[in-house]
Design a protein around this ligand. Structure first.
Ligand SMILES: C[S@@+](CC[C@H](N)C(=O)[O-])C[C@H]1O[C@@H](n2cnc3c(N)ncnc32)[C@H](O)[C@@H]1O
Length: 294
């Protein structure tokens, strides 16, 4: 039965989608005027009040861990049951928000990483795996190699001690070792992993300026065993959420296209690279660079 309440929710959801789309079109056409537009007119939109009360938006804006997309927020994309309850209208916004392209790509990324871990475990028995900026390491739960303890080692590195506590309590029993360290620790050599079969990083490069990203790529690549694989993910500038993310979530990322991804390998000697792959994810919003050490 279609009730007045569901009809109201349908209208709200449609308006929310239109606003989301409109913001992205505005961003693309406004050029230098985008910042003014973003901070002014759109925050006065009739839906703005409800959007700002929506729990995922609120968490991104208030940044309890210091940045927008902490592991708790990413969990909301992975599992809707984790999204805090809200009144009907706001709940409808949450339901819509988790269907937006960025959320779909985050879920795709998790599946892809779990598959990659399993592939590497299959081809390299006793594989050593490292996740850089692991958050809650949710891909671990989807990897048969992890849950059946077929890896030689799995180091999960993050700067966020609270996220690592979740990793320890949920995946420690599968042999995952949390490592409390930052990108700076890796760049200075304070934190080092040797002879890894797979090193991957998802949700980190989107925060790194080019100089740091290029240095980090070379450093991580140097930690691979011969035949080992480095996988790096980064949101694309074509992501249609950017207008909404910047306006309402204060979620500002470094976006990279295919050429930018290729440049990440700029400090690695070409003869050290046995294979190089670039691809875009299924939903079409995240670039992946994969480098295999010769
Ligand atoms: C968007 S989350 C991604 C988590 C997870 N990899 C995933 O795909 O769901 C980004 C993670 O990067 C971590 N991070 C951000 N900057 C970092 C830095 N400089 N050093 C280490 N970790 C960092 C954050 O603590 C956070 O857990």
């Amino acid at each position: 039965m279609h009730t007045a309440t569901t009809a109201h929710t349908d209208v709200l959801t449609t308006e929310f989608r239109q606003l989301h789309q409109g913001l992205n079109q505005a961003r693309l056409s406004a050029g230098d005027g985008w910042r003014r537009l973003r901070d002014g007119a759109y925050l006065a939109h009739p839906l703005a009040d409800a959007i700002l009360r929506e729990p995922i938006v609120r968490r991104a804006r208030t940044k309890p861990r210091g940045y927008a997309d902490d592991a708790v927020l990413i969990d909301h994309f992975y599992d809707f049951a984790t999204v805090p309850a809200a009144d009907g209208a706001v709940r409808a916004l949450s339901e819509t928000l988790v269907t937006f392209p960025a959320a779909r790509s985050v879920r795709w990324r998790r599946d892809h990483l779990a598959r990659t871990i399993d592939e590497v475990a299959e081809s390299r028995p006793g594989a050593a795996v490292v996740s850089v900026a692991c958050g809650h390491l949710r891909e671990a739960a989807l990897s048969r190699a992890v849950t059946s303890r077929r890896l030689g080692s799995f180091h999960a590195m993050d700067q966020d001690a609270a996220s690592l506590a979740v990793v320890e309590s949920e995946y420690g029993r599968f042999g995952v070792t949390p490592v409390h360290a930052s990108v700076r620790d890796v760049l200075t050599g304070r934190t080092r992993f040797e002879g890894a079969d797979l090193i991957y990083s998802a949700g980190l490069y989107d925060y790194l300026e080019d100089r740091v990203a290029v240095r980090l790529t070379a450093r991580l690549f140097s930690m691979l065993a011969p035949g080992g694989r480095l996988v790096v993910a980064n949101f694309a500038p074509s992501l249609s959420d950017i207008g909404f993310m910047e306006t309402f979530m204060d979620w500002n990322l470094v976006y990279r296209d295919a050429d930018d991804m290729a440049r990440l390998a700029g400090e690695i000697a070409p003869h050290e690279v046995g294979a190089r792959t670039h691809f875009v994810d299924g939903p079409g919003n995240v670039h992946y660079l994969e480098l295999v050490r010769a």
